[in-house]
Design a protein around this ligand. Structure first.
Ligand SMILES: [Fe+2]
Length: 286
C-alpha cells in the first residue's frame, strides 16, 4: 500500500503529531496535532501547527481528516486551527460524550460544550472504516486510559494514542475519570494481536537524556520488550503495577487549560464582550 508517514515531536509536551498520507492521491490525515500554550503568559502559539502545515503545503497534500485519538490532558490541540488553515474533517471517538459530561461538571460548561460532540465533524464507532484518498483506514476503540480512546489503523500503520508507550515507558495512566487498567490491558492486547510487523505510532515518548524519542515501535518489539505489556505480563499483574504507578503520579502540568480547549475540538472559549478569550481554573476541585 502506498502509505507514507511523517512524525513531528514537540519537546515541550513530549508529544508526536503524525501525518499519514496516500502517495497515489496525496490525500492525508493529521493525527493529534499540538497547539503551543505558554502558561505563564497565557499566550497561544502555532510553532508546532505551522511545522505540520508547512509539510502539508510543501508536499501538496490534501487533508481529508484531522483525527484525535482522545481528549488529551497534557497538551492543547491545534485541530481547529489546522482545519481553518488546511481544511479536513475533525474526527474523534463516540466516547467523547462521556468525557464531555464529566468535564462539563468540572468547568461548569454544560451550556457551552455540547455532550453530543456535534462540534466535531465526525464521531467514529469501533470498527468503522473510512478512507484517506485511496487508502482504507479503520477506527479501533481502545478505551482504558480514558473511556473515549480510539486508535486509527491505515494499512500496516496504527496510530495508538496513549494505549501503549515505548517499551521502556510501558503504558499511560488509567486514573483519569472513566479510565480503567483492566480495560486498557484488553485494548493493548487488541492492538498487539493485529500482526507482528505492524508499526504502532506513539502519541508520546519520554526517552532518557541523550536518546531520541521514538515515533513508532513494531508490534513484535512491544510484545517482547514493553515493560508493562509484554507477552509475559498477566492482566492481574498489569492492573497491580498500573494502580501502584498511578498513585505516584502528579496531574499533568497542562490538564486544566488542555481539557477545556480539547473538549471544544481545539477551539478557544468564546471571547467575552471585550473581545478576549479566557480559560477557567476550577479551584480546589481536581
Ligand atoms: Fe492522554
Amino acid at each position: 500500500m502506498p502509505t507514507k508517514t511523517h512524525a513531528f515531536f514537540d519537546p515541550a509536551t513530549s508529544t508526536f503529531t503524525h501525518v499519514v498520507f496516500d502517495e497515489m492521491t496525496n490525500h492525508a490525515a493529521i493525527i493529534d496535532p499540538v497547539l503551543d500554550y505558554l502558561p505563564s503568559s497565557g499566550r497561544i502559539r502555532h510553532y508546532n501547527a505551522e511545522r505540520v502545515a508547512h509539510f502539508i503545503e510543501k508536499n501538496s497534500l490534501h487533508v481529508d481528516w484531522i483525527l484525535e485519538t482522545h481528549i488529551h490532558a497534557d497538551h492543547l490541540s491545534s485541530g481547529a486551527w489546522l482545519k481553518q488553515r488546511l481544511g479536513g474533517r475533525l474526527g474523534i471517538g463516540t466516547g467523547i460524550a462521556e468525557v464531555t459530561r464529566t468535564f462539563n461538571h468540572v468547568y461548569n460548561t454544560p451550556h457551552e460544550i455540547p455532550e453530543d460532540g456535534r462540534h466535531f465533524d465526525h464521531l467514529f464507532q469501533d470498527g468503522e472504516v473510512f478512507t484517506i484518498g485511496s487508502l482504507n483506514a479503520t477506527a479501533l476503540a481502545v478505551p482504558g486510559h480514558t473511556p473515549a480512546d480510539m486508535a486509527y489503523r491505515v494499512g500496516d500503520d496504527v496510530f495508538v494514542g496513549d494505549t501503549l508507550f515505548s517499551p521502556a515507558s510501558g503504558s499511560a495512566r488509567c486514573d483519569f475519570p472513566g479510565g480503567d487498567p483492566s480495560t486498557l490491558y484488553h485494548s493493548a492486547k487488541k492492538l498487539l494481536s493485529l500482526g507482528d510487523n505492524l508499526r504502532l505510532h506513539l502519541c508520546h515518548d519520554y526517552p532518557p537524556d541523550g536518546q531520541e524519542p521514538r515515533p513508532w515501535v513494531s508490534v513484535a518489539e512491544q510484545r517482547r520488550e514493553n515493560i508493562h505489556l509484554n507477552d509475559g505480563v498477566t492482566e492481574q499483574e498489569f492492573v497491580g503495577l498500573r494502580k501502584e504507578r498511578d498513585r505516584q503520579l502528579e496531574l499533568p502540568r497542562l490538564i486544566i487549560p488542555a481539557i477545556q480547549v480539547n473538549l471544544r475540538a481545539g477551539n478557544l472559549p468564546p471571547a467575552e464582550d471585550n473581545g478576549i478569550s479566557y480559560l477557567k481554573v476550577p479551584l480546589n476541585l481536581l
